[in-house]
Design a protein around this ligand. Structure first.
Ligand code: AMP
Ligand code: MG
Length: 323
């Protein structure tokens, strides 16, 4: 039984996963920091996590109906993410490991999204479009690693939505409101469509939109249509190259119904299928960290030497030994 701690950005979460008789998620609780104004301040988010984590650990145990002593393993998100936030999760995980004398393992946040998506939806060998605030990657398994087939060269798609929201007075997180407004949009405005090889770039879209005149609903509509089309193009090219027919969505932006629709049409046209986990497993969560902890159990240790955080931890740095 593994307790996993997520704290890469604005959400701190604790999950418990059991590996006996098939993997099961026994608890998944979280608390999110949302800034009163402006973007996420890493130190303020970390302070929020410090205040929340104790209660989250207790309530995860209550919900799972287990005791501290039932835990066999502790995992935490080692990266990628914001340094001050990552340190809160790592510190709590080290404290639990020391106090309970249980091994600890640090795991990759992006791979955790992918593995929980597979477990929840039942897809087997997907191309994952991972779309969150800070991260935007197209990930798939090939030759012993999860390869980054394409990614953003600058800001994450969620970050684009939230920056746009700040510019036009839409409160954080702006994604849901932009989705709502876009439904009324009619005019497709000309925005930079930046696909560079397999990578995408969003900052030009933001710059263009910032100085554009026009109705907000049209700006939202054009933003979504352009940015999502770029993502779907790269995802489709990865599927064609790898000859895979499952698409898996993950990250907070996966909640967007227009993005789902576009991915679903693309997948169906190729004879494939779209998979989207329930929202609680799409967004940052502790359950995915606990699940990946179980998969990486053979790399866990009682020694804390290997528990440093890595803000730039790459998806393809991890050798996939569990498939
Ligand atoms: P994450 O970083 O994975 O926790 O996801 C947070 C991001 O998801 C924020 O940038 C939100 O604006 C974005 N988001 C949440 N709901 C939606 C939605 N319905 N449409 C688009 N983006 C969304
Ligand atoms: Mg995430």
């Amino acid at each position: 039984m593994c307790l996993g701690i997520e704290s890469t950005a604005h959400t701190v979460g604790v999950g418990i996963a059991s590996g006996l008789e098939g993997t099961k998620i026994l608890a998944n609780v979280s608390s999110s920091y949302s800034p009163p104004s402006g973007g996420i301040h890493p130190r303020e988010a970390a302070e929020h996590h410090v205040k929340a984590i104790h209660e989250l650990i207790e309530s995860s145990l209550d919900i799972a109906g287990v005791d501290f002593t039932d835990l066999d393993l502790i995992s935490f998100a080692k990266g990628p993410g914001l340094g001050p936030c990552l340190r809160v999760g790592a510190t709590a995980a080290r404290a639990l490991s020391l106090a309970l004398k249980r091994p600890i393992v640090g795991v990759n946040h992006c791979i955790a999204h992918l593995e929980i998506g597979k477990m929840i939806t039942g897809c087997r060998d997907p191309v994952m479009l991972y779309v969150s605030g800070g991260n935007t990657q197209v990930i798939s398994y090939q030759w012993g690693r999860y390869r980054i087939m394409g990614e953003t060269l600058d800001i994450g798609i969620g970050n684009l939505l939230d920056k746009f929201g700040r510019r036009f007075s839409i409160p954080f997180p702006a994604g849901p409101k932009i989705e709502e407004l876009a439904k009324g949009g009619e005019r497709m405005l000309d925005l930079p469509y930046s696909v560079k090889g397999m990578d995408v770039s969003f900052s030009g879209i933001f710059t263009s939109l910032s100085s554009m005149q026009g109705e907000l609903k049209d700006l939202c509509f054009s933003l979504q249509e352009t940015a999502f089309a770029m993502l779907v193009e790269v995802t489709e090219r990865a599927m064609a190259h790898l000859e895979k027919d499952e698409v898996l969505l993950g990250g907070g932006v996966a909640s967007n119904l227009r993005l789902r629709e576009m991915c679903s049409v693309m997948a169906r046209d190729r004879g494939g299928e779209l998979h989207v986990p329930k929202r609680q497993y799409c967004v940052d969560n502790g359950a995915m960290i606990a699940l990946l902890g179980l998969l990486l159990e053979d790399q866990s240790s009682l020694d804390l030497d290997n528990t440093k955080i890595d803000q730039n931890y790459r998806t393809d740095d991890v050798e996939v030994t569990w498939l």
